[in-house]
Design a protein around this ligand. Sequence first.
Ligand SMILES: Cc1cc2nc3c(=O)[nH]c(=O)nc-3n(C[C@H](O)[C@H](O)[C@H](O)COP(=O)(O)O)c2cc1C
Length: 419
Amino acid sequence: MDDRTAVQPKMVPVSQQEAYRGGTKLRRRFPTIHYLRNHARHHIPHFAFEYSDGGAGADTGIAHNWAALDAVELVPRYGVMPSLPPLEVELFGRRYAAPIGIAPMGGPAVVWPGADQFMAEAAQRTRIPYVLGTVGGLSIEQAMAIAPDVMWFQLYRMARNDHALGFDLVRRADAAGVNVLVITIDVPVRTTRPREVIVGLGGGPIRPEPRTILDVLSAPGWMMALLKHGLPRFANMKPYAGEGASTNDVIRFTRREIGGAFTWDEIARFRDRWKRPLVLKGILHPLDAERAVSLGVDGVWVSNHGGRQIEALPPSIDVLPAIAAQIGRRATILMDSGVRSGLDVVRALALGAQTAFAGKAFLWGLGALGPQGPQHVIDLLIDEARATLGQIGAHSPAEAQSVVIRHPGALSFPQLPGR
Ligand SMILES: Cc1cc2nc3c(=O)[nH]c(=O)nc-3n(C[C@H](O)[C@H](O)[C@H](O)COP(=O)(O)O)c2cc1C
């Protein structure tokens, strides 16, 4: 294990826990992520909020994710918890401060210019995983310079020229020393997110329309950030788009290159090339998890893409127990989709995940607080997760799995062999 990443577990006396101290000014204004979302709605341009908040169709998939998490109840055991538990976890040979991570996102800089940098900085400061997206606003090399101990890289499929571009990004990630490669498999098709389309972010070139300009003028903090950090850039893709390519050229190029979901044969080829830990993101079926493990994948990331693909996908929390039962300890299990609190994180731990990631929660933090947002979201998630473990009587994140759980939405897969 890398010495720099060693974190000593420590118990935290209840009286010293942040939430119990009455909180800082930020905590008084934004005691939960819910308040960040409400404030973001009025603090950034309308198009930026719509980008951060919208899902497929009528957002039903997002609502299902939230409702499914809300329905999970944990039965506490008392008399066993004189102090609050440590949250440290080990993932893929490195220690992290908490079982919480920042999910990969393309375009967070739409929500707050410079967003990728602020998320990477907060993750490094706290030592939680930060996943840079293929179409994120930092290049692999820039993100590694900011977050060398915690940065992972997410890859989309770019099949032209026999995956030349994807293989080159993987080569760059390897050369930069990225520890974990995350391959996203759950975007076989492009679907419609109407709230993005309506505000002009449906995928075409960026054209400032009068209403967009008015939107920007109504959000002076966001406008200043834009002047300082510039337009969102597809930093990883730019070098491949040709000399002097404009932002719109790079967008067009990226849309042409990225497409379809990886086949299992393709995943096997990436497995061959990438010698460090490999994670498959977007798994919802135990047999796909099994297939991933059989190919030598190290991590299975249970996700429905945060309700952004189609609305009929089951909430990841509802398929998590069946996937955990299927693969056991043969791979690390990660989860996202709908996480809005440290309580949700512990629900995911209790049902079989080793770490839960959040996407939109970080965008709402950025929308409400700009550069300070990601750190505040991390602080809230950590405090709430620690308090939840304390409340249910779990002495570590792993011990959350031993509590009694009521999970009305749990999906069973009776047709699976052996059940
Ligand atoms: C604005 C936005 C952009 C995203 N872009 C990507 C991406 O480029 N690659 C990817 O694998 N997932 C992407 N996702 C999905 C997230 O990684 C994650 O699965 C999802 O946000 C989790 O659900 P939550 O938002 O409810 O936390 C994106 C999500 C959002 C909200």
